[in-house]
Write a protein that binds this ligand. Structure first.
Ligand code: FAD
Ligand code: UDP
Length: 366
């Protein structure tokens, strides 16, 4: 069989590429996905109780990019949604990202405004220069006690590394606030796709020139197809048969529980920041999607070393190993490596969409 493009992986990177190539270049695409569904880690579906769940963990769309928002808006309507997370410590729940309300509740203080909150942080924070890792970036903003309470153990459970072993970008994802803003993100555009992510992907891929093959590892069909170009969005080390050794990824095991009640927890996501609790976070899915039903389904996340690759692990050693693969990848002129796994980057959805659109433009104009 002849195709202009073979695309490996039907997540954002692969699907956006497939959509652009067919709609803008009118070329033929074979999209191969090893899972039984499209959407990559953003995939959602109705569970056996009729609750729409994010199968691979909570996915909240947030971006400051008008271009990304408008591009995706071709494939979905949106529901306004601003994510809020509480951290559980002892029997109490505290706003995370840490803000003025977190401090007042935790330490029984009465900080009245941003100035008093700033003054508090100035007293407790540790000067770190340069900022070398995830411990530095937190203690340099909020000091040791808040770091120990909210970051140290959650991070260890999630990564099996202590924050000083991880790049500053990991814990640096979480801001520190002087005000009472309890939203997890402050981006300009924060929404949920009205009918879910899978529907968004179905619409994106509804072009007669896109042939989708599910449940298939691309390596098993390489000899049966003739292609001009390959776009690869799977793990980069797998592409090169782990030639330089395996790149580590973090995986998650999800435990699913259904309750016959309208609402099970105070907010869509609760982070268990203490070491005594094995799971990291608990998510109530209908609070994400806005679905109005009687029962409710929750997912409990246990981070694992083995399993589907979900997160690249940002350490210096892993970066060095990735760059070895990247050097090989750059030599292959007819292969494009794109996405969270192929670029070994801790990207959010909007970043993957933005990069894919950029890659498409560059390829188109090359
Ligand atoms: P993926 O979605 O991983 O797609 C790659 C696809 O390639 C997969 O479907 C895989 O099965 C397929 N594949 C791999 N190898 C092969 C092979 N050999 N043959 C065929 N197919 C193959 N981002 C946000 O913006 N907001 C969030 O709230 C958010 N929450 C997240 C929560 C979790 C638990 C995780 C893991 C990620 C989260 N993300 C979030 C990140 C988001 O999932 C990614 O940025 C995005 O889905 C990456 O898209 P991708 O196409 O690069 O990769
Ligand atoms: N983190 C933490 N405590 C929290 C929230 C986050 O220690 O309550 C750290 C942890 O290392 C986590 C990282 O910050 O992996 C990034 O958090 P985010 O919520 O962005 O993780 P993701 O949604 O990507 O899993």
């Amino acid at each position: 069989m002849m195709y202009d493009y073979l695309i490996v992986g039907a997540g954002y990177a692969g699907s956006v590429f497939a959509e652009r190539i067919t709609s803008q270049l009118n070329k033929k695409v074979l999209l191969v996905e090893k899972r039984s569904h499209i959407g990559g880690n953003a995939y959602d579906e109705f569970d056996e109780h009729g609750i729409l769940v994010h199968r691979y963990g909570p996915h909240i769309f947030h971006t400051n990019s008008k271009m990304v928002f408008e591009y995706l808006s071709q494939f979905t309507e949106w529901l306004f949604y601003e994510h809020k997370v509480l951290a559980k410590l002892g029997s109490e729940l505290y706003p995370i990202p840490i803000n003025r309300l977190t401090l007042n509740k935790l330490y029984n203080l009465n900080l009245k405004d941003e100035e008093e909150t700033k003054h508090y942080f100035d007293k407790v924070k540790e000067l770190k220069y340069p900022i070398l890792n995830s411990e530095d970036i937190i203690v340099s903003q909020v000091g040791r006690d808040l770091y120990e309470k909210f970051f140290k153990f959650y991070t260890y459970k999630q990564w099996n590394l202590i924050p000083s072993e991880l790049s500053a970008q990991v814990c640096g994802r979480i801001p520190v606030r002087l005000n009472d803003d309890c939203r997890y993100f402050t981006d300009k555009y924060q929404f949920m796709p009205k009918h879910g992510y899978t529907k968004l992907f179905e619409k994106m891929l509804a072009n007669k020139n896109i042939e989708i093959v599910l449940g298939t590892d691309y390596k098993s069909i390489l000899n049966d197809v003739k292609i001009n170009k390959l776009i690869y969005t799977g793990p980069i080390d797998y592409f090169f048969d782990n030639e330089f050794g395996k790149l580590p990824y973090r995986s998650i095991e999800f435990e699913w529980k259904h309750f016959n009640k309208v609402q099970a927890q105070e907010t869509a996501q609760i982070n268990y920041v203490e070491k005594e609790v094995n799971y990291t976070r608990v998510v109530e899915h209908k609070q994400l999607t806005g679905q109005k039903v009687d029962g409710t389904t929750l997912s409990y996340e246990y981070a694992r070393a083995e399993g589907e690759p979900f997160y690249p692990i940002p350490t210096n050693d892993n970066r060095d190993l990735y760059l070895k693969y990247r050097k090989e990848a750059d030599k292959l002129k007819s292969v494009i490596f794109c996405g969270r796994l192929a670029e070994y980057q801790y990207y959010n959805m909007d970043q993957v969409v933005a990069n894919t659109l950029k890659n498409f433009k560059e390829m188109h104009h090359a």
